[in-house]
Design a protein around this ligand. Sequence first.
Ligand SMILES: Nc1ncnc2c1ncn2[C@@H]1O[C@H](COP(=O)(O)OP(=O)(O)OP(=O)(O)O)[C@@H](O)[C@H]1O
Ligand SMILES: [Mg+2]
Length: 283
Amino acid sequence: MRAAVMLDSRVEPAAANDAAAPAVCQGKASLAAAAIAPVLGARDLVKRYSGLVVTNNVDIDLRAGEIHALVGPNGAGKSSLLAQLSGEVRADAGRIDFQGRDITRLPPYRRAQLGIARTFQITSIFLEMTVLENVSVAVQVRQGHSFRFWKKVGRDASVLARARELLERVGLSDHAGRLASELSHGQHRQLEIAIALAGEPKALLLDEPMAGMGLEDSARLTRLLQSLKGSVAMLFVEHDMDAVFALADRITVLVYGQRVVTGTPAEIRSNAEVRRAYLGDLS
Ligand SMILES: Nc1ncnc2c1ncn2[C@@H]1O[C@H](COP(=O)(O)OP(=O)(O)OP(=O)(O)O)[C@@H](O)[C@H]1O
Ligand SMILES: [Mg+2]
């Protein structure tokens, strides 16, 4: 497995190289460069826990509108990397930029306000409220209303219309009036995505969205994420390689805290050492 760390990580040039391109780019070419400018990017990120380096000089870019999968063996540092991007964990070194702004020192709530959403924190769902109410609260928060006025603005037609639109988008319209506690595991995930989308994020970070799901729920969530492609950039950690290859525009492989390679699904599939070191483990 150690050998994988030595893999060539230059299948695709890092965005820092892309950023250098405008000097020679004119017209259409510079438009193309702008189109793939990263919405969220990390440079030389380092995180240590005691003697353990869980993030080892990692560079990663999430481009506008793309679905980017982060894969690697257990303990590779995938969740830790996501947590540093969302701000829950402070990096020891390196830099994180969001839409051209240095956010390395910003706390999670500020990053959320700027447009970085993180899903699958079950606490974001109020189980004793209906599905529609849950999304309505998120829409209200987005619109700047206080929770205290929930009852009053809960009757606000524009809030309800927006909440219904989001439920439609995630496929939960038929469940709007049900208590959130009555939903299945897969439907909870759909609801969490509706809540995250209420904030109109530019980047959505998902840690193992398919975890614990049966085949049917997993296929439904894959279709949902596919349907969102282009509207929000998504970085997702996933062990389900069928979902990864079905969804991802690009895949980053992390092993022992190091970025081994970033490439398209075809490039990752055909990378002999990744196959041997990681994909082979799963098939
Ligand atoms: N708060 C912490 N304190 C100490 N060690 C930690 C902490 N969080 C994570 N680690 C360690 O960092 C390493 C990477 O953990 P992380 O959860 O990021 O891996 P992962 O790639 O998400 O793994 P998995 O696929 O199992 O979810 C592991 O060895 C883990 O034990
Ligand atoms: Mg993890």
